[in-house]
Design a protein around this ligand. Structure first.
Ligand SMILES: NC(=O)c1ccc[n+]([C@@H]2O[C@H](COP(=O)([O-])OP(=O)(O)OC[C@H]3O[C@@H](n4cnc5c(N)ncnc54)[C@H](O)[C@@H]3O)[C@@H](O)[C@H]2O)c1
Length: 162
């Protein structure tokens, strides 16, 4: 079966952390255009609420809030995790950076696992690059943005979504 990224998410309930950011905002628009029911979790640290389409649900909050993350992840069949403190903030406040980039990512992964098998989890390239098929690179030149958790490991799901 041929994979059709432009039709992969129609009707699906999708959570995008960091969905008000540079990458997340584009992804959210793409998902909404496909007919996905999108929820954005973002604390607007660098993101802007204006980039979130009105048809998406916006929850202003942090990925460091374990209970909130668990609740939102359980309600979604697909999670894209793009919330991150950027490099400029990181150098100014490394503890804050650590709590979001490491602690927040751990919260998302644990919540996804708790929600049961078969879920999907998309994360920025550096985290997942080793697990991705090097042949499946995005049009932008970045590695595939999303991965599918399968019995035998992680598979690239959405090459070239941007
Ligand atoms: N920009 C790129 O070219 C690029 C390329 C590949 C991978 N990535 C990765 O994609 C991710 C997003 O990058 P970006 O360029 O969109 O950055 P960005 O700063 O524009 O977006 C990050 C978003 O996360 C939100 N955020 C920060 N801390 C949060 C928290 N604790 N809880 C909830 N939301 C929070 C911010 O408000 C913002 O909307 C990063 O992991 C980055 O490494 C970026």
């Amino acid at each position: 079966m041929t994979f059709q990224p432009e039709r992969a998410f129609g009707g699906r309930r999708v959570l995008v952390t960091g969905g008000a950011g540079f990458v997340g905002g584009r992804l959210v628009r793409n998902l909404v255009d496909q007919g996905a029911q999108v929820t954005v979790l973002d604390d607007l640290f660098t993101g802007q609420a204006e980039v979130i389409p009105t048809s998406a649900q916006f929850v202003r909050g942090s990925v460091t809030d374990e209970g909130l993350v668990r609740e939102l992840v359980a309600d979604a069949s697909i999670v894209f995790h793009l919330a991150a403190r950027n490099i400029i903030a990181s150098t100014k406040n490394p503890r804050d950076d650590f709590e979001t980039n490491i602690g927040g990512t751990l919260n998302v992964l644990r919540a996804r696992l708790a929600a049961g098998p078969g879920g999907l989890c998309g994360i920025g390239e550096r985290v997942w690059q080793p697990a991705l098929n090097p042949d499946q690179r995005g049009r932008s030149g970045h590695d595939a943005l999303a991965v599918r958790r399968q019995q035998d490991g992680w598979r690239a799901l959405l090459p070239g979504v941007l």
